[in-house]
Design a protein around this ligand. Structure first.
Ligand code: SAH
Length: 361
């Protein structure tokens, strides 16, 4: 059993079955044994790969989007460039390299990073050192006196979710309980759901059938509400890219991945990544409720094509070796093809100014 499994076991033994969101939070973010706390999970030798790690084209096109959006905002001379959960910092490093073509953009930006993992902060301090980033644990310490440009790639999917299950007698909450078997110590249990979670279920799904699961995330909602208020107050725009669904729906999307293979979420707690698909309708509706304008929801494939990924690939291939051409083609395919990341990943942008047009949508 991992040290974290022992701790979770003790917490359940002392306090009773644990909501799924608490289990996910401990597995990902426990201050000593959490998955992100203890490692850099990205890349071939890690557990999973993300779009910026697949190809520099991804970060470069986000860079083009950031510059175009900054210009549409009236090119403010001082603004906060914020990324949530930058991983290795690859996306931002590629984006800022591409943005060098517009030196006023670079000169006007101050880089702020939301990151909880000390290991990944260390990696980011290397990859982003020319830009003197300032790190934050959460949004409360971000300066409140300048417009904001935000990017979050595969950030929302790392926030803990709760699951509610429709039973004949009403909604139940999915929790984690103990077994008698030390080799497989955890199991799912059902408990009566707290009203504040039931209140988060989209109305359309309230009448669904027995056995259906709905995922809700107070942590994600809290993040979005705070972020959207900040954007409304300080003005600006942001872009979320993540795997998820366009319309609220039922289904269990919580998944664990260990060394590029799917595993049970009970497998080696703290040593496997756990994510949930993002409900983009919720991300969009909260923006609209906060008085922001939304753009999208596009698929990643649509967004990258509109941002000119085909042209970018051609330019890169001009001076490339045969092996590099092969790599560029396969990265292009991976990022855009419907059966790869092209359709599953969605893109939503939000802006405080309803009048601006944003590239890519
Ligand atoms: N955006 C990167 C990495 C995605 S992995 C990429 O595309 O490659 C998820 C990232 O979110 C990691 O950097 C992780 O440490 C960070 N993260 C997870 N939960 C977080 C939280 N609550 N606050 C801030 N960062 C978080």
């Amino acid at each position: 059993m991992t040290p974290l499994a022992e701790m979770i076991r003790a917490e359940i033994a002392a306090h009773g079955d644990m909501p799924l969101s608490r289990y996910m939070e401990l597995c990902l973010a426990h201050p000593v044994h959490g998955y992100y706390t203890t490692r850099d999970p990205l890349g071939v030798s890690g557990d999973f790969t993300t779009a910026p790690e697949v190809s520099q084209m991804f970060g470069e096109l986000i860079g083009a989007w950031l510059v175009a959006t900054w210009q549409a905002m009236g090119a403010p001379r001082r603004f906060i460039l914020m990324e949530a959960g930058p991983g290795r910092g690859t996306l931002m490093s590629d984006a800022l390299r591409a943005a060098q073509k517009v030196p006023e953009f670079i000169a006007s930006a101050s880089l702020h990073i939301l990151e909880t993992s000390p290991v990944l902060r260390q990696r980011q301090s290397v990859s982003l050192s020319p830009y003197n980033p300032i790190w934050h644990d959460d949004l409360t310490t971000v300066p409140d006196d300048a417009p904001v440009l935000f990017v979050g790639n595969e950030f929302l999917d790392a926030l803990p979710v709760d699951q509610l299950r429709r039973e004949s007698e009403g909604w139940k909450q999915v929790c984690i309980g103990l077994t008698d078997n030390p080799a497989e110590p955890f199991r799912y249990t059902m408990h009566s759901a707290s009203q504040n979670l039931v209140d988060l279920i989209p109305r359309r799904l309230m009448s669904y059938g027995v056995g259906d699961i709905v995922e809700v995330s107070p942590v994600l909602n809290q993040f979005l509400n705070t972020f959207y208020q900040l954007l409304k107050k300080q003005s600006g725009a942001g872009i979320f890219i993540d795997y998820g669904y366009r319309h609220s729906d039922t289904g269990d999307s919580v998944q664990a991945v260990h060394r590029h293979h799917p595993v049970s979420i009970f497998h080696a707690p703290g040593e496997a990544d756990i994510t949930a698909h993002v409900n983009f309708e919720n991300v969009q509706n909260r923006a609209l409720s906060a008085g922001l304008t939304t753009h999208g929801i596009a698929t990643q494939g649509e967004f990258l094509r509109r941002m000119g990924i085909e042209y970018r690939a051609q330019v890169l291939k001009r001076n490339a070796t045969d092996a590099q051409i092969h790599d560029i083609d396969s990265a292009f395919h991976r990022l855009t093809a419907p059966d790869q990341m092209g359709n599953l990943f969605k893109v939503l942008a939000v802006s405080s100014d309803p009048a601006i047009t944003l590239a890519g949508f």
